[in-house]
Structures are given as C-alpha cells and as structure tokens.
Design a protein around this ligand. Structure first.
Ligand code: GUN
Length: 296
C-alpha cells in the first residue's frame, strides 16, 4: 500500500477537544451553546445518528435538546416547533434529521429554520452566502472534508479537484469550498462522460455518490488525495454486514498519495463539524468572533 491513511477519527477528536475548550470559555462568560435536534419517525439509521449527535453535544459541554416526533407529524406542527426553536434563546443550532417522511416538504421545512441557527448549512440563505463568498454556516460533511484536505495539503490553490456527486448536502457545497480555496473544480456525476478519465485528472478526488466501491484504483491519479464520503452497508464474505465507502479502498490506496478509510475517515469529522457550527452559531448570537480554525 502506497497511500498515507488520513485519520479522521483522530482529527475529529482534536476538533471536538478544541470545541470543548471554547465551550468552557463561553460558559464562563455566561453562554452555554445549545443544539436542538428534531427527528421524525423510527428510521434506524437516523436514530443511530441522532443518538451519537446527542452524546457528542453533551460531551462537548453543550446543551442538547432532542425532539422526537411521530412519523405522521403534519407539516404545520413541525413548522410550529421550528418557530418555537427559532425564538428560543437557549437554542443556537437547529438540525432537522433527514430524510423526512415523504408527506413533508423538506425544502420548506429547512428554509423555515432561522439561517443563523441552521447548523446543517442547508438553508438557501447559507447556500447562497457560501456560493457568493459571504460568511455562512457550511454543511458539516464538506466542512470536515475541507479541514482534512487543508491539514494534508496546506494550500489547495491551483489543485485539480474532482467532486463526484452533486447533492446539496455534500457535492455542491464541497465544490464551493474547494473553489473558495482556489482549486480548479469539476463536479462529476452519474451522467458524466468517461467518469474514470475525469477522476484520473484529480489531484484531489472527493467521492460522494452513494455507490459502494464504485471508484477503483485505476480511476485514481498516482499521488492523489482521495476523500471518501460514502458510507455503504454491504454483505461481507461471511454474510455479516460491513461498511464500505464509494471508493474501492485497497486498489485506490495502492495508487493514491493519501486516502480516508471507511469507517474512521470523513464520518467522525461530520459530527465534529456539527459541534463546531453550533459553537460558531452561539458565538454569532452573542456578538463574539467566530472560533478560529473551526470555520471555513
Ligand atoms: N441525514 C444524513 N446526513 C444528514 C445531515 O448531515 N444532516 C441532516 N439534518 N440529516 C442528515
């Protein structure tokens, strides 16, 4: 194996420790950052995510407010809860766990969140602010990827970056962040012609397609930095479930300069950045400067 392994677990723990240290200072000044998480229904994966967000929030010294509602909750009721959280001074961050049940309009719900409390960075105002170079709350997963890339590469200026995937949650904001750091950015997707050839151009390859092990070693430019956002559950040789990324790890690691593993790469960064965003939102609400090194 040629590639260095990018340890997102260790980096995420360091980010969380920095957040926790800032929270101690903020609490001494009379402000306890608070995160409200809203979960509708019983989706097992969402329940796991919400539980680990709650644990991490409390461990960072923040207040955690969980709102679990039945899957059949109506839009008006959900919007009323969001209005209450928007108005609650103890709540600095609001996260509505996605996906929402099909009878609800996710765009409408997300855009009902006060943009200053939108710690997911999904509100159209934050997406627009990011795209126009204004200070914004930035989606947690691409923010975590950016931190790993800056740590590994220093400056990203002039690098050829290829982002595979065009979701609002990862692909598009990732591309904006890379552009802001002066990389040359291509967004590729399922309809891209000759995707392997496009990927082979990349100094920085970010995979966020949600297809298990789709990106193989012969798609990777020798020495490239590979960031694997995928979390896919597949059956292992003995029939038990295992997690794999969107990148075929062994073949890619033989070629890449550095690569994130799954698990233990991007995943731990997402929660760390949610805490960082909650801290940023709390600082903003109280007229304090954004914490250094924890924003884009
Ligand atoms: N579901 C899967 N990932 C996410 C995320 O980053 N934010 C929210 N709100 N829901 C998700």
């Amino acid at each position: 194996m040629a590639a260095a392994i990018i340890d997102g677990k260790a980096f995420g723990a360091a980010v969380r420790a920095r957040v926790a240290a800032e929270v101690v200072r903020m609490r001494a000044a009379g402000v306890t950052p608070g995160l409200a998480v809203v979960l509708l229904g019983e989706d097992p994966a969402s329940q796991v995510y919400v539980r680990s967000k709650h644990r991490a929030t409390v461990e960072a010294g923040m207040a955690s407010f969980e709102h679990r509602l039945p899957a059949a909750t109506g839009q008006a009721e959900l919007l009323a809860l969001i209005a209450r959280l928007n108005a609650d001074p103890a709540v600095h961050g609001i996260l509505v766990q996605l996906p929402l049940p099909a009878h609800l309009d996710a765009d409408l719900v997300i855009n009902a969140i006060d943009p200053a409390k939108d710690v997911d960075g999904f509100h159209v105002t934050n997406a627009g602010r990011l795209a126009t170079g204004q200070s914004a709350l930035v989606p947690c997963t691409p923010l975590g990827c950016l931190m790993l890339l800056r740590d590994r590469l220093g400056s990203l200026a002039g690098a050829e970056a290829v982002v595979v995937g065009r979701s609002n949650i990862v692909g598009k904001p990732m591309a904006q962040l890379l552009l802001r750091d002066s990389a040359t950015v291509t967004i590729a997707h399922s309809r891209t012609r000759d995707l392997p050839a496009v990927c082979r151009r990349a100094d920085i390859l970010v995979a966020a397609v949600g297809r298990a092990e789709m990106i193989r070693g012969d798609w990777v430019r020798p020495g490239a930095t590979v960031i694997d956002v995928g979390i896919n559950r597949v059956a292992g040789p003995d029939g038990t479930a295992r997690l794999v990324g969107d990148v075929h790890f062994d073949s890619a690691a033989a070629v890449a300069g550095a690569i994130t593993p799954v698990p233990g790469g991007v995943g731990p960064m997402t929660i760390a950045c949610l805490l960082a965003n909650t801290l940023t939102a709390a600082a903003g609400a109280h007229g304090l400067p954004a914490p250094a090194g924890l924003t884009a």
